[in-house]
Design a protein around this ligand. Structure first.
Ligand code: FEO
Ligand code: CA
Ligand code: CA
Ligand code: CA
Length: 602
């Protein structure tokens, strides 16, 4: 562990109280502003947003819907110009269009606008004066929108596989679009990794799927096997009809690598990292220079995975090294995690050591280019990774969302958001609560501090929920002083090494809006978790990211107004402009000019 003077320092701000205000709430002494909202122009020549006159062409150049992952990549040495990189996970058509009833009665134009509102945005931003506030630049030279008709290249061992061929793409290497991009990560070589998560929902079926193998594969991923639709996209394009294009769903569910510094580059889908409902992927460098990616499969009872590259990272950002580094995620080993508790008396009685902790193994699925799964080829393991993992006995987790290695200690933090289907007979030390409505956070320490290790130790850091509930745990801190958190989803770190968590599900589990929380993980304030922000009605808090200078926090206000019975007319949220709700990226900064400690959190 590193003994840096700033590291583990306590939090200075006064916690925001859990609330139901239809706005962004930040601590006293901080301010916030909207940086980008759904519909704001991104590409050069894109029109200003007009809710009542939307078009496919406009949306293809405008900021997409439901911003999720947020990253800020520098464009200059002083961090005065940067690229804001944002996922657009999905759409709420009932809040996008007047008079929406369902996908079946929607116009084709509406369906295509929704398709165009998915994907990814790169937006050039600049600092406002000498503050922590950022806004988009007028110049849009670096800007880019990727959407459901943008070209992506499949790379890695499964690229070109028969399992990935369709009538539009007999090569099995070129996909149009990226779907349901949820969380993500920034690589050391300055690219973005973006997880394709709940891709199953975009596929309809015009006929029964009868082939037994296809039915099993579709079933494990939640893809329709009988006639029906959810989003109606198969009405617009045959490729979204699994009865006519059964391989098209195999071309989603990947981690996508995007180079935001080159707007002409073709983003790639990384087959070596496996196919599942990827929450995201975050990267670190192992002792010997190989690159390691940690990944969660966000579904109840699904797994945590790790990829270790074959080739090694070349430091520095000269073009030759960067081009090399951009190939690192195309070949390597793939593992899935098994957690073993060290308190065998649990669950019959509480752990004798007072902790939910133990050891774990990374079980190989692919090693040295070969399948380690009986009866499955390399291509089958990578395309049907869930089915491969099922055969090797990993631990079924409570919805693994974001997973991120700490930049100083290397400890890996895992957000397990909740699992209301776990029964008392199904608990284990790593998922110790039945009907886990509040979620928990696990830390993983790789053996010998080496990210490429195949074994680890682990411990539950936070058992979320009401601090007054004796079942909850806040890293050993005095619970009378912490803010309540539930349903942790996204993980981030600030330059002081503090752990940040954003939540998705506090309205249902705690009766207050979602938000951002921060907690020191070392020092006297270790476990002193405090709420930093609260988001509008119906919204989930995504991102979040703290800029490398520590002066700005950004969060994605995803799906404001996503409430039962919400329409464009009844306006159950009016965030941010007092009329129809618009998903937005928000910048938060500290208002104390000249302060020698302008850091977020201090
Ligand atoms: Fe899109 Fe797992 O949250
Ligand atoms: Ca224990
Ligand atoms: Ca998420
Ligand atoms: Ca979520």
């Amino acid at each position: 562990r590193i003994d840096a003077p700033e590291y583990g320092r306590p939090i200075g701000f006064q916690a925001v109280t859990g609330n139901t205000v239809d706005s962004v709430v930040v601590p006293n002494g901080y301010d916030w502003s909207v940086t980008m909202s759904w519909g704001d122009p991104v590409e050069q020549g894109a029109p200003d947003f007009d809710f009542d006159n939307q078009s496919v062409e406009a949306q293809q150049g405008q900021f997409g819907y439901n911003c999720d992952f947020v990253a800020v990549l520098p464009l200059d040495r002083n961090l005065n110009r940067a690229l804001l990189c944002v996922n657009h996970e999905y759409t709420n058509e009932n809040l996008m269009f007047h008079g929406w009833t369902d996908a079946e009665s929607a116009t084709e134009e509406q369906l295509r606008i929704a398709m165009a509102a998915h994907g990814f945005s790169v937006v050039e931003i600049e600092r406002v004066g000498d503050t922590g506030e950022w806004r988009p630049t007028k110049r849009r030279r670096n800007n880019r929108r990727l959407h459901t008709w943008s070209e992506f290249k499949l790379v890695g061992p499964a690229a070109g596989s028969d399992l990935l061929k369709t009538s539009d793409d007999p090569s099995g290497t070129t996909v149009l679009g990226t779907l349901n991009n949820c969380a993500g990560g920034v690589t050391p070589w300055g690219t973005i990794l973006s997880g394709e998560e709940n891709f199953h929902q975009y596929f309809g079926a015009t006929d029964d799927i009868t082939d037994a193998t296809t039915r099993e594969r579709f079933g494990r991923y939640g893809i329709r096997t009988s006639p029906g639709t959810r989003r109606g996209w198969e009405r617009v394009e045959d490729r979204f009809d699994v009865a006519s294009e059964p391989n098209e769903p195999n071309r989603y569910g990947w981690v996508v690598e995007i180079d935001p510094y080159d707007r002409t580059s073709t983003p790639r889908k990384l087959t070596a990292l496996g196919r599942f409902k990827h929450e995201g992927a975050t990267v670190t460098i192992a002792r010997d220079g190989r690159v390691v990616a940690y990944m969660g499969d966000d579904e109840r009872f699904d797994y945590i995975y790790k990829f270790v590259s074959k080739k090694k990272y070349k430091p520095g950002n000269n073009k030759r090294h960067r081009d090399h580094n951009k190939t690192l995620l195309e070949d390597g080993d793939l593992y899935v995690a098994r957690f073993t508790g060290n308190s065998p008396e649990f669950p019959d009685s509480p752990p004798d050591d007072g902790l939910f902790d133990g050891t774990g193994e990374w079980l190989p699925l692919i090693e040295d280019g070969e399948s380690k799964v009986d009866g499955m080829s390399v291509e089958e393991v990578l395309v049907f990774t869930r089915l491969a993992a099922d055969k090797v006995g990993p631990t079924k987790m409570d919805r693994p969302e974001d997973i991120e290695p700490h930049p100083i200690t290397g400890t890996v933090y895992v957000a397990l958001t909740n699992n209301n289907r776990r029964t008392p007979a199904e608990v284990d030390e790593a998922n110790p609560r039945p009907d886990n409505r509040f979620g928990h956070v696990i830390s993983i320490d790789e053996d010998n501090g080496d990210a490429a290790a195949t074994s680890f130790t682990w411990s539950i850091v936070i058992l979320c929920g009401d601090p007054e509930d004796p079942e909850t745990y806040y890293d050993g801190f005095d619970k009378s002083q912490v803010s309540m958190i539930s349903c942790p989803d996204n993980v981030a770190f600030d330059p002081a090494g503090r752990l940040w968590l954003a939540t998705d599900g506090m309205p249902g589990s705690a009766g207050v809006h979602d938000g951002m929380f921060v907690m020191p993980i070392e020092g006297d304030d270790k476990g002193h978790l405090r709420r930093f922000s609260s988001v509008p009605a119906g919204a989930e808090c995504c991102g979040p990211t703290i800029t490398p200078d520590g002066r700005t926090a950004l969060m994605a206000i995803q799906h404001p107004g996503e409430l039962s019975g919400a329409t464009t007319e009844n306006r159950m949220s009016t965030f941010p402009y007092g009329n129809q709700p618009r998903p937005s990226v928000v910048t938060v900064w500290r208002k104390t000019p000249g302060n020698d400690r302008p850091f977020i959190g201090d």
